[in-house]
Design a protein around this ligand. Structure first.
Ligand SMILES: [Zn+2]
Length: 478
């Protein structure tokens, strides 16, 4: 596949002369799509909302104001009068940090017509492994854009894009372009590709190229890697790949040489002891699916500063024989925990339901032994996600000085009213349709439950078209 002769950033900042140069070089087809214009960063005051800051020093306000300027939170107070600021009515709404989703395979979003929850051979893993190998960079763009549109609609303002189908440099650029065009904050976890042999090293040159061309950009996107599974075949083996500890060291060392963090699935036989014995665990490692850890392993994770992302909606569908969500055990051990969607092929992105299911499972299993508050769950879905991704200095709470990633949730809707305790309302009653306004880095991306710039109908049409083409290419369901 052709590669551009010049850096992507140069192209993005390019001139007509540069375009002519590329055309002359016959490279125009490999040019990344131009950025879609995003709304400007406004100066505004959100007036009279129930403000949940998730900042222990600031606390919450039953009715208060939030002032945003140049993409940053300037102040949170009972009353703010800022000359020239647009006023956004916040009465009847909960103003809170946007949700931080810490593990999501966005490239699988358009596989919805193919995946079945109740037919094993049409399950998420075999379908994504088979069809993933047929996906073009354009398919990746459309799939990631579909997922991100849903993320923003549900109030997610930061996403960890777990991209384990990076088939070429163009696939990486396509996924990053979708993240840029959606205006969301996030980490791109550069991965292997579906069908890639386990003994093939990860593409460190491609990883270095993405770091050079895309980072730090405007500060919204960060970079890491997603690792193939370690040590033993387990759930999702073919989809995720399986590495020996020597192969793991090779892949991880290359990422660490570039200063990049690592994420890894752990469902099935636990690799934690193996990784610890090889000296590979550290605070730059995020594990996914906390189902089967032992007390000894939890002590290791705490000592090494490793975090764990749970994806409760999908994990709750697995047989109990592969483990239960150990939220209580992890929190008691002092391990960093965060909340994630995983994928949206046979369920949707709904952080409220994720919190609700997590709470129900915890109460059902060990709630009488390990107390858990609804406020703790909202923190898990916001600030703790930012801590997990290493960006808590930028987002995760409504702390003045942080970037303005916040949402307004209507508490006057029929499923919420008459709302009492706001945390109770969010965890027990809310749904994505209550998310009125979504702001990322000071840009109002959604207002009154609608996108301000993104063409949602086109995103859906593009995904439908790509899925239909993929169906033909695969000869599905043959
Ligand atoms: Zn996953």
């Amino acid at each position: 596949m052709a590669r551009t002769l010049i850096s992507r950033r140069s192209v993005l900042e390019g001139t007509a002369a540069l375009g002519a140069l590329l055309a002359a070089a016959g490279e125009l087809s490999a040019q990344p799509r131009p950025p879609t214009p995003l709304p400007p960063r406004d100066t505004f005051v959100i007036r009279g909302a129930t403000v949940l800051t998730m900042d222990d020093n600031l606390g919450d306000l039953a009715a208060g104001d939030v002032h945003v300027r140049d993409g940053a939170i300037v102040a949170v107070a009972l009353r703010i009068d800022a000359a020239g600021a647009q006023i956004i009515e916040g009465r009847g709404m909960i103003c809170m940090p946007g949700f931080v989703d810490t593990h999501w395979h966005l490239w699988t979003s358009l596989l919805r017509p193919f995946v079945r929850a109740d037919v094993a051979e049409l399950g998420y893993f075999p379908v994504s492994n088979r069809l993933g190998q047929l996906m073009t960079p354009e398919d990746s763009y459309r799939s990631v854009m579909l997922g991100l549109s849903e993320a923003l609609s549900a109030g997610v303002t930061t996403v960890h894009n777990w991209a384990h189908n990076v088939r070429s440099p163009e696939h990486a650029d396509a996924e990053l372009s979708a993240m840029r065009d959606a205006g969301i904050r996030g980490r791109f976890a550069y991965g292997p590709a579906q069908g890639m042999p386990d003994d093939q090293p990860m593409d460190h040159a491609g990883l270095a190229r993405v770091k050079r061309d895309w980072m730090p950009g405007d500060g919204l996107l960060t970079l890491g890697i997603c690792s193939r599974n370690v040590g033993a075949m387990s759930i999702g083996g073919a989809t995720r790949g399986v590495l020996t500890i020597e192969q793991t060291k090779r892949d991880w060392d290359g990422a660490r040489a570039l200063g990049l963090p690592i994420t890894l699935h752990t469902s099935g036989p636990s690799p934690i002891k193996l990784l610890e014995d090889a000296g590979l665990l550290g605070p730059d490692v995020q594990l996914v699916h906390p189902l089967l850890t032992t007390p000894e392993e939890r002590a290791i994770l705490k000592a090494r500063g490793v975090s764990y992302a749970t994806a409760p909606v999908g994990e709750a569908r697995r047989p109990a024989s592969v483990g239960v969500i150990q939220l209580g055990e992890l929190l008691e051990a002092g391990i960093k925990v965060s909340l994630s969607t995983d994928h949206t092929t046979n369920y949707n992105c709904d952080p409220f339901v994720a919190m609700r299911i997590l709470f129900a499972l915890h109460q059902h299993r060990i709630g009488d032994k390990v107390p858990l508050t609804v406020k703790r769950l909202v923190r898990l879905a916001t600030l703790d996600g930012a801590i997990d991704l290493g960006i808590a200095e930028k987002t995760g709470s409504l702390t003045p000085g942080k970037r303005a990633d916040l949402i307004l949730v209507r508490s006057t809707d029929i499923n919420m009213a008459p709302a009492g305790d706001p945390y109770e309302a969010l965890v027990s009653l809310a749904q994505p349709s209550n998310v009125d306004t979504v702001i990322v880095d000071g840009r109002i991306l959604r207002q009154a439950g609608k996108f301000t710039a993104l063409d949602h109908a086109k995103v859906v049409r593009d995904a439908q078209e790509a899925a239909a083409t993929l169906r033909g290419k695969a000869g599905w369901p043959g």
